[in-house]
Design a protein around this ligand. Structure first.
Ligand code: UTP
Length: 295
């Protein structure tokens, strides 16, 4: 295995997708702005990146997604109004999601051609260094957080790495799946990646989740704009194409994961967070008791 001393300071947030699994909610609102309790999905991902040491945040957006970058911008009128009314808690919440000047960059993916293409759109901002990718609809909870778990392992293995987890075989057609070369329980090295294989043809049940650290060599494969599964330019195809030079390693994520791009995952994440937070825990449990909800 290779090792690297290179610090990871840049993160790409591909947020230009159409969010079709969550219609009609996502018809006019970006999927990434849908809240879990009181914070939009994108804010969880940005906080995770900052905690993991990221200092430059690159958003790949598209038409109708301006709310995402606005969410992290300075809002003087709102701050002034809250300040005048003495709403200190609310003011703090607003300030907590304001990124310092120059830390946020945005580029546009003019057409939703796929995740691989969205990442390619960030090429000029990334330059020639390894970088993180966070898909905000995948929501993770643990300490250290998911990206930090990857950053910690990156220094050992280098190459391209992603968070992985074991999924039920019936669900392999929802993920990029690893063909396993070696598996030590935490690190899984792959000899191939298959995008959304049917359960009967999937080479394993180890699935890629939405956190990556990628080597800049990935752009040479993405430059070719190969159209793959679902008619989209897939990141998994580029990872496979560069595997001979840049090994791919899955890092089994430890903690809770929710696919909030689906209604089921979003609902579960709200219940999980609601039960975790001291200010909502009692409210949820007593409401369930009061209503006498039964299976
Ligand atoms: P998804 O496939 O989960 O998102 O892509 P989607 O396409 O928006 O949603 P569905 O499947 O239609 O419901 C994972 C991430 O990649 C981004 C999405 O915004 C999401 O954060 N993405 C996807 C892009 O930025 N551009 C694309 O062309 C495709």
């Amino acid at each position: 295995m290779t090792s690297t001393e290179q610090k990871i300071t840049k993160a790409v947030f591909p947020v230009a997708g159409l969010g079709t699994r969550f219609l009609p909610a996502t018809k006019a609102i970006p999927k990434e702005m849908i809240p879990i309790i009181d914070k939009p999905l994108i804010q969880y991902a940005v906080e995770e990146a900052l905690e993991a040491g990221i200092t430059e945040l690159i958003f790949v957006t598209s038409k109708g997604k301006v709310a995402i970058t606005n969410h992290f911008d300075y809002m003087p009128e709102l701050e002034e109004a809250l300040s005048l009314k003495g709403k200190t808690k609310e003011l703090e919440a607003v300030r907590n999601c304001t990124l310092p000047a120059g830390q946020m960059m945005s580029t546009r993916q003019s057409k939703a051609l796929g995740l691989g293409h969205a990442i390619w759109c960030a090429k000029e901002f990334v330059g020639n260094e390894p970088f993180a990718v966070l898909l905000p609809d995948d929501l993770f909870f643990n300490t250290p957080n998911c990206l930090k778990q990857l950053v910690d392992r990156y220094f050992e293995v280098g190459g391209n790495i992603a968070a992985v987890t074991d999924v039920e075989r019936k669900d392999t057609n929802r993920y990029g799946i690893l063909k396993i070369k070696k598996d030590d329980g935490t690190l899984v090295s792959a000899s191939d990646l298959i995008e959304k294989p049917a359960p009967e043809s999937a080479p394993s049940n180890v699935a890629i989740l939405g956190r990556y650290i990628l080597s800049p060599e990935i752009f040479s494969a993405l430059d070719k704009k190969v159209v793959g599964s679902g008619g989209e330019i897939q990141l998994t195809d580029a990872l496979t194409a560069t595997m001979d030079k840049t090994p791919f390693t899955g890092v089994r994520f430890i903690g809770e994961h929710f696919d909030c791009g689906s209604m089921e995952g979003w609902l579960k994440a709200n219940i999980y967070m609601g039960l975790e937070l001291p200010e909502t825990r009692d409210l949820i449990t007593s409401y369930i008791e009061e209503k006498g909800f039964r299976k």
